[in-house]
Design a protein around this ligand. Structure first.
Ligand code: NDP
Length: 253
């Protein structure tokens, strides 16, 4: 049997992060669920072991705090001896109209979605480089890396920045065999978006807009992450893979 990959998923206690972790668990990975919601992360780790993970552990980590990120990476190294894959998934989307948005909420959106991924990527890459075995870093961005609306100005500013941070890291880390790529999910049913898609009229509107005619699942994103972390994807670096059922190509009218 192949050596299991060691994978860190930030914000992996629920939603897309948990779906990504489940897909890696099916491939017998060692998993670290790094989330600020540590109780939920522990439950997730139990689920992941039952789903086939070689091992899974929860670590409390607020990715906006560099000290906590460094400690989480150290604990992962201690437990598994190395890191093969980092998935920068943790994110927030306050959905507040830009003219009503406070400076504090603006800053928090940037801190979690953009600066948090910088902390995690730098801390993990500093461990991957001396190990000499390359690595995979996956950034969960969004269609808001390029498009936006009045309630997602802070989010789009962060996600478009995250897309370029991913490209920048790909140029810096490629020579070490570390690839950096993004997955831009379409509309995925998770605790972040449930309030919106559970309204029948919104769900109906969605069916009309998405060429595949359905909302995405966290596992749709997880399967793409497993591919980007696979040997088959070893020369893919600096791209954004849109996993959105074709939504990207549709004009509004
Ligand atoms: P959820 O809100 O369902 O899950 C996000 C997880 O991240 C939660 O467990 C949350 O913990 C955790 N988290 C938030 N802030 C931090 C932090 N500072 N440090 C550590 N963990 C944190 O979101 P989704 O699963 O929907 O989204 C996951 C990613 O996918 C995000 O980056 C999002 O922007 C992106 N995305 C989602 C789409 C969708 O349709 N759902 C579409 C496009 C992109 P807590 O519960 O404590 O907040």
């Amino acid at each position: 049997m192949a050596t299991p990959q060691t994978v860190i998923v930030t914000g992996g206690a629920q939603g897309i992060g948990l779906g990504i972790a489940r897909c890696f668990a099916c491939r017998n990975a060692n998993l670290i669920i790094a989330d600020r919601a540590v109780e939920k992360a522990r439950e997730a780790a139990d689920q992941l072991r039952a789903a086939g993970a070689t091992d899974a552990a929860a670590l409390a980590c607020d990715i906006t705090d560099r000290g906590q990120v460094d400690a989480m990476v150290e604990q992962t190294m201690k437990k598994f001896g190395g890191i093969d894959v980092l998935v920068n998934n943790a994110g927030i989307c306050p959905f507040i109209e830009i003219m009503e948005l406070s400076p504090e909420v603006w800053q928090k959106t940037i801190d979690v979605n953009l600066t948090g991924a910088f902390h995690c990527t730098q801390a993990v890459a500093r461990r991957m480089i001396p190990r000499g075995r390359g690595g995979r870093i996956i950034f969960i961005t969004s269609g808001a890396d390029t498009l936006t609306s009045p309630k997602q100005v802070d989010y789009a500013a962060a996600k478009s920045g995250l897309r370029m941070a991913m490209v920048g890291f790909s140029t810096a880390l490629g020579k070490y065999g570390i690839t950096c790529n993004a997955i831009a999910p379409g509309m995925i049913l998770t605790p972040m978006t449930a309030f919106h898609w559970e309204i029948p009229e919104n769900a109906a509107l969605l069916k009309q807009r998405v060429p595949m005619g359905r909302i995405g699942t966290p596992e749709d994103i997880g399967n793409a992450a497993v591919f980007l972390a696979s040997a088959e994807a070893s020369y893919i670096n600096g791209i954004t893979l849109r996993v959105d059922g074709g939504l990207w190509g549709i004009t509004p009218i």
